[in-house]
Design a binder for this molecule. Sequence first.
Ligand SMILES: NC(=O)c1ccc[n+]([C@@H]2O[C@H](COP(=O)([O-])OP(=O)(O)OC[C@H]3O[C@@H](n4cnc5c(N)ncnc54)[C@H](OP(=O)(O)O)[C@@H]3O)[C@@H](O)[C@H]2O)c1
Length: 339
Amino acid sequence: MKERILGNGLKVSAVGLGCMGFSHAYGEPTEKKEAVRLIQKAADMGYTFFDTAEVYGTPADPHQNEVLVGEALKGRRDQVVIATKFGIHFDESSPRVNNPLVPDSRPEVIRSSVEASLKRLGTDHIDLYYQHRPDPLIPVEEVAGVMADLIKEGKITHWGLSEAEESTIRRAHAVCPVTAIQNRYSMMARWHEDLFPVLEELHIGYVAFSPLANGFLSAKYSRDTKFDGSADYRSVMPQFVPEGIEQNGALLQLLYRMAEEKEATPAQISLAWMLCKKPYLVPIPGTRKTERMKENKASAEILLTLEKVRSIDQALDNMEMSAVFGGTETVNKKVRNYA
Ligand SMILES: NC(=O)c1ccc[n+]([C@@H]2O[C@H](COP(=O)([O-])OP(=O)(O)OC[C@H]3O[C@@H](n4cnc5c(N)ncnc54)[C@H](OP(=O)(O)O)[C@@H]3O)[C@@H](O)[C@H]2O)c1
């Protein structure tokens, strides 16, 4: 697969594999052996960039995803880039399918997280370690200081921020250079585009999570698709409810039209649109199907001119669209009442 560079030198496949869905948020987790086999299939077909987090799992097996990724990639550790994340846990007391997130980036918590992640991943270093969400109680300079120490100790080689805004990125980068941000980005979620000039100025990559708007932009879902309300976040996502699907008619038409023009699929057009927009944008679509891994990988071969990308942007700016899932609520505990 084609490659891209994040920050000052982290080489990754142009399309990465988001591994979250094997364990978390999209219904029942995949059986362990099968998940390991599928992640290995992705590596066989040229994916070298794998995204996980310490919190991707279920209440019964809360860190399962890192174990799967570690197990799948152990024979080829030096050929792949493993990205994982620290700094949140879920508020399990919530009755909601998507439990609120509680940020916690206290240095001692990061220290214990990194050791546990290294163990679960079966490795002596993490290639890209993200703060999963900013912690309003811990200045980002303090987090960046811990990252600098972890880099010196060889436990991580690069670091990044997820769902970060400009001032946080600038403050963090001034203490310890940031390799990539990982923010939501898709044809339905373009609100971070104002970060592009900042990322260009500081040479920071943009890893785009939920690049298919949680699958919606593949155009494979309809009013009749049912999601498990107890384990599948899509059951509460506004783009998948019947009214949402109706409001997104023009978007789906645009995708069908472009797909026909380029002899591609709507999912491929959605990914090619961002890949052709900026050379430092790297989408990490999640899928549990090998055919879709192949399909998503091939999006890196589709060429859309900048003029075409701009005309798609313009069409997106001017069309009616439903709301899109913007992420699980973050609960900022004013006083830490947990150990
Ligand atoms: N930093 C953060 O806070 C954060 C938040 C969310 C996600 N992430 C990361 O980003 C990754 C991707 O995000 P995401 O999984 O939320 O959303 P996504 O990649 O936009 O969509 C994933 C969904 O799309 C479906 N899909 C994928 N490729 C497809 C194709 N070619 N055709 C039809 N359907 C397709 C998958 O279903 P099937 O499995 O059935 O194919 C899956 O349900 C995650 O795995 C995770 O690593 C990070």
